[in-house]
Design a protein around this ligand. Structure first.
Ligand code: ARG
Length: 470
């Protein structure tokens, strides 16, 4: 059954029909669509816009359709134009004439806007709980590795020593922002569009406030034209996911590097690595590489959405049907990546000795040597120059700064005394960085406490939301 046959005398070309049909991909909105239609029918009955008897029949029919789709009895296939017409047609087949009253005061334009908003809100909730699980894994590792010394890098060159906990906490900060971004996006998605009709509202006395509460939205949309034209929430959603993927991708890149023979910092567990068909010795970090690769795919969805929307005149245009695959694919991809990344990370073996040995090499304590000279009264620029000479001398001798003798040191600068050696020991370099946000024991403990409080707060909020039946 077509929803718009009256004005037409000719048939749609078969290839044109196949081309514009969205059922193959929007079928996954069936629950959202039925939820929206049930609330709409309920409201129409209460407002006396359709008879109570019809409303009841419609709601019962829709709930049976939902059950049959869920159980697999009613396959989501056939020649319907989209999920909305599929369900309306099925309803007519089951309850007859009453079904023809469901679409009163509604258009597929506000209907699909509603479905997508319900979908995105739910997807945000699901993805947020996966991010939370990853945050907990990170925090467990952080606690375990408060004292694991590693070299910190800039330009991928060894820079200053730090601890693995500090490095992991950097990702805690990123994931926390990802959660916040998704939360912000959810707040703007939480706007109920029904009542906007095709574009200019409806002449029926529909109760938007009732629909808002029934469908668990925090506000109703303010402008009917905007409500059917707006896909900002899809763009924001996929944009937040793109940033999240960028974070996972950077982490994956580090894990790939760290797992090489040259670094030797980690070993990815057999469960999350693969072999080579030709080279028997190989253990490849495929999962990390795939997550890094899939980042491009999520960015692609974001670019697709932005480009899709950029030249559209108000209000609804069929171009907007193209929003779905981008949003669904981004959500599915990120969900999978979070799961795999969490499994991979929690089963990694950290070679703490290799990390420590690596941090000892490469003059990672040179800044501390310069700082020591500053504390002896030298201006920083001069201290920098002296330490640079020291490093150059050390390279020539094949010695680390702490391996130079006091005479060698004094030959470069008379200010040196034996107190220097303690100040540039790797442990001291880390402990001296006690600024909040730094790697000293105290700073790390404080950061862990902060992260734990944040996670507990989020867990508590979602528990309360569940109890309130959200
Ligand atoms: N399948 C359409 C979409 O996803 C539903 C809305 C159709 N509206 C219309 N005026 N043709 O965008």
């Amino acid at each position: 059954m077509k929803l718009w046959g009256g004005r037409f005398t000719g048939q749609t070309d078969a290839s044109a029909h196949a081309f514009h049909s969205s059922l193959p991909f929007d079928k996954r909105l069936f629950k959202e669509d039925i939820t929206g239609s049930m609330a709409h029918a309920n409201m129409l009955g209460r407002q006396g816009i359709i008879s109570e008897a019809h409303a009841e029949l419609i709601i019962k029919g829709l709930s049976e359709i939902a059950n049959d789709i869920d159980s697999g009895q009613l396959p989501l296939e056939g020649d319907a134009e989209d999920i909305h017409s599929f369900i309306e047609t099925e309803l007519f087949a089951r309850i007859g004439e009453a079904a023809k009253h469901l679409h009163t005061g509604r258009s597929r334009n506000d209907q699909v806007a509603l479905d997508m908003r319900i979908y995105v809100k739910r997807a945000i909730d699901d993805l947020s709980s996966r991010i939370l699980v990853l945050l907990e894994t990170l925090l467990d590792l952080t606690k375990e590795h408060r004292g694991t010394i590693i070299p910190g890098f800039t330009h991928l060159q060894k820079a200053q020593p730090t601890v693995l906990a500090h490095h992991l906490l950097a990702y805690v900060s990123m994931l926390k922002r990802d959660l916040q971004r998704l939360g912000d996006c959810r707040a703007r998605t939480d706007s109920m569009p029904l009542g906007s009709g095709a574009l200019a509202g409806t002449t029926f006395p529909i109760d938007r406030e009732f629909l808002r509460t029934e469908l668990d939205f925090s506000e109703i949309s303010a402008n009917s034209l905007d409500a059917v034209s707006d896909r900002d929430f899809c763009i924001e959603f996929v944009s937040s996911l793109s940033i999240l993927m960028m974070h996972l991708s950077r982490f994956c890149e580090e894990l790939i590097l760290w797992s090489t023979d040259s670094f030797g910092f980690i070993e990815i567990s057999d469960a999350f690595a693969t072999g080579s068909s030709m080279m028997p010795q190989k253990k490849n970090p495929d999962m990390a590489e795939l997550i890094r690769g899939k980042t491009g795919r999520v960015y692609g969805s974001l670019m697709g959405l932005l480009t899709l929307m950029k030249g559209l005149p108000l209000s609804y245009n069929k171009d907007m049907q193209e929003d779905k695959e981008a949003v669904f694919d981004a959500a599915d991809t990120v969900s999978q990546c979070l799961l795999i990344f969490n499994g991979m990370l929690s089963s990694i073996h950290f070679n703490t000795q290799a990390m420590y040995q690596s941090a000892l090499k490469g003059y990672t304590n040179a800044t501390d040597a310069a700082d020591w000279l500053v504390k002896k009264g030298l201006p920083f620029r001069e201290a920098h120059e002296v330490t640079g000479k020291l490093v150059q001398y050390g390279i020539g001798q094949g010695k680390a700064l702490e391996e130079l003798s006091i005479d060698e040191l004094k030959s470069i600068c008379p200010l040196f005394d034996p107190g220097f050696f303690k100040a540039i020991s790797i442990e001291q370099c880390i402990e001296a960085r006690s600024v909040p946000g730094g790697p000293s024991k105290e700073a790390i403990n404080q950061a862990i406490e902060g992260a734990e409080a944040y996670i507990a707060h989020i867990r508590n909020n979602s528990k309360n939301a569940e109890e309130e039946g959200c």
